[in-house]
Design a binder for this molecule. Structure first.
Ligand SMILES: Cc1cc2nc3c(=O)[nH]c(=O)nc-3n(C[C@H](O)[C@H](O)[C@H](O)COP(=O)(O)OP(=O)(O)OC[C@H]3O[C@@H](n4cnc5c(N)ncnc54)[C@H](O)[C@@H]3O)c2cc1C
Length: 376
């Protein structure tokens, strides 16, 4: 093992839970604190690609994730009317027994992660966060909001896009930026013959699409420009979403009709943040959205968080590495890849809002598939 024997993870989202599993697999003692009193996530879907499934296989959770989700064939990029322009499938990077693309509900993915964390022996405490972080040469001392305290070799900030670890340790100046668009989502029954994710481009301001999620469900989405980052009253959400889905072909018109329940519409303004390297100060490291929050245009946010976890676990488990060597190697293996995803995703959103002659969504997505296929 490296010099890192005991770690505190702040935040039990996709990145934090994955990091707990990876570190336990490496023999590291792990405490996790999660501010939310319940281990619950909102009901939308998530799509993960082959590099995420490969990373989950490295954590030992790919079988459970595949069993909890719905493998689909890949992404069909269509024009606004629904004519297919390109099909991107990706390779089965985790091996022939695993798919290249998987749809999951967020609660299903969360349960897979929570089960593995429980089995790993990591100590997860809910409804709790830190109140104070004090670093010395040999330890990071943490006081928690329930009055308890602990000492660790490393603190991992996995507390998402509004990370309090980031503002506490790195300063208030690093803030996510609204990128000009918002994403609208709604779950509906899946027609049995829908085996591809479909994305329709060409309508100025954004795009729309739908993706298989489970045996029985799909989600329909729109990513659309939302000038000024408006607030939408809860009782207007279904009508607002339907408006953004006007003018598309394929299954969109019939799915659009079924968007009627305001309480089932999930709307999120899109924000992005890329922390400059390095993502550590002393014994505090940021991972996942806390360090590199991206827009969903490449469907890579969760994958990059899980990859962060795998790399951290691997390095912490490597004999004789010092803290500095672990953190420097982590940055070397993670920064450029996350930067590519972050900047590429924002670029696609820019093209959607301000169409330009050199816009090439299909080309950039194909490049992304090649980049993430490289070993982490
Ligand atoms: C609308 C939308 C759609 C997306 N779709 C996809 C997709 O299809 N595929 C994909 O790969 N990615 C997608 N992403 C991105 C993906 O959700 C994120 O990249 C991923 O969840 C990042 O994981 P994380 O653990 O870093 O952060 P999070 O999942 O946000 O987890 C952070 C955790 O920290 C906790 N926390 C916060 N503050 C504190 C605190 N002070 N103390 C303790 N705990 C705290 C939170 O409660 C939470 O549990 C999407 C993102 C958005 C916004």
């Amino acid at each position: 093992m490296s010099d890192i024997a005991k770690v505190l993870i702040v935040g039990a989202g996709i990145g934090g839970l994955s990091a707990a599993i990876a570190l336990r697999n490496a023999g590291v003692e792990v405490d996790i604190v999660e501010i939310s009193p319940q281990a619950k996530v909102y009901h939308v879907g998530i799509v993960v690609q082959a590099n995420c499934i490969r990373a989950m296989a490295q954590l030992g959770i790919a079988d459970a994730a595949v069993a909890a989700g719905f493998p689909y064939k890949g992404l069909r990029i269509c024009n606004q009317q629904g004519q297919v322009k390109a099909e991107l499938s990706g390779a089965q990077l985790a091996g022939k027994q695993y798919p290249a693309n998987l749809g999951l509900t967020r609660p299903a993915l969360h349960q897979v992660l929570l089960d593995a964390v429980a089995e790993s022996g990591a100590n997860l405490r809910l409804g709790l966060t830190f109140s104070d972080i004090e670093q010395s040469a040999n330890k990071v001392a943490v006081r928690f909001t329930d009055g308890t305290s602990g000492e660790y070799d490393l603190l991992v900030g996995a507390d998402g896009v509004y990370s309090k670890v980031r503002t506490t340790v790195f300063g208030e100046q690093y803030k996510p930026r609204f990128t000009g668009q918002g994403v609208w989502r709604y779950n509906l029954p899946r027609p049995k013959d829908l085996l591809w994710s479909h994305m329709f481009e060409g309508k100025p301001g954004g795009k729309a699409g739908y993706t298989p999620l489970t045996e029985d469900s799909l989600y329909v989405l729109s990513v659309f420009e939302e000038p000024g980052n408006p607030f939408f009253a809860p009782d207007t959400l279904a009508a607002e979403f339907r408006k953004r889905l006007e003018g598309y072909g394929g299954l969109v018109p019939e799915l659009r009709e079924q968007i009627t329940d305001n309480s089932q519409v999930v709307y999120r303004p899109l924000e992005a943040l890329l922390m400059p390297a390095p993502w550590y100060r002393g014994r505090v490291l940021l991972i996942g959205d806390a360090a590199h929050a991206t827009t969903p245009h490449m469907g890579q946010g969760a994958a990059q968080a899980v990859e962060d976890a795998v790399v951290l676990g691997e390095l912490c488990g490597t004999a004789d590495l010092s803290l500095e060597q672990v953190l420097d190697s982590f940055m070397e293996r993670r920064f450029e890849r996350c930067k590519f995803i972050n900047e590429g995703s924002v670029q696609i959103g820019e093209w959607e809002q301000r169409p330009s002659a050199d816009a090439d969504f299909t080309g950039l997505m194909a490049q992304m598939i090649n980049v993430v296929a490289q070993p982490i």
